[in-house]
Design a protein around this ligand. Structure first.
Ligand code: S3P
Length: 173
């Protein structure tokens, strides 16, 4: 069974969606930021500050190599993971990729994004980064799902994709 890979801008709700999907399907959740934190003992924000962004991106690529050899996982990615072509290729190899889209104006909330190093440069910078990334997310994704006001509803839309792809019906259907 293929992995289901959730991509999208920081703060769009990928981790929450992943948790719901894991609950609905009974499949294990891998949250790339969380796994990197478990393995290094540092949050992405600490790694950015101490070793720099490139080092963090290398850790993401190592993880993509590992995950591309596994199946039946729900994978919630960090927002910048799709930026590297190699990561896009690796996760598509054995995964159905869903771009969770949400308007930038809804996402940009300095309080909620205070632990994201790349969201600390003001709204204009955030909106520009968003515009640059959307085509990359679209290039990687097999499906685009718009985020709904209620998080469980968003996850159900992604679940419908998973059911279509796997032919398996979950208890939530
Ligand atoms: C990043 C997003 C973060 C985290 C890091 C870099 C990005 O993950 O990986 O701060 O470049 O968009 P979330 O998308 O879970 O916030």
């Amino acid at each position: 069974m293929k992995n289901i890979v959730i991509i999208g801008m920081m703060g769009c709700g990928k981790s929450t969606c992943g948790r719901y999907l894991s609950e609905f399907t009974g499949l294990p959740l891998v949250d790339t930021d969380q796994l990197i934190t478990e393995r290094t003992g540092k949050t992405p924000s600490e790694i950015f500050a101490q070793q720099g962004e490139q080092y963090f991106r290398d850790l993401e690529t190592d993880l993509c190599r590992e995950l591309s050899e596994q199946s039946g996982l729900i994978i919630a990615t960090g927002g910048g993971l799709p930026l590297r072509e190699e990561n896009r290729r690796l996760l598509r190899e054995n995964g159905v990729v869903v771009f969770l889209s949400r308007p930038a104006e809804d996402i940009f909330n300095p309080e909620k994004l205070k632990d994201r190093p790349l969201a600390q440069m003001g709204k204009e910078n955030f909106l520009r980064r968003f515009e640059e990334r959307v085509p990359i997310y679209r290039e990687m994704a097999h499906y685009e799902v718009e985020s709904a006001p209620v998080k469980a509803e968003t996850a159900k839309k992604v679940l419908a994709v998973w059911e279509k792809e796997t032919g398996v019906l979950s208890l939530e259907s």
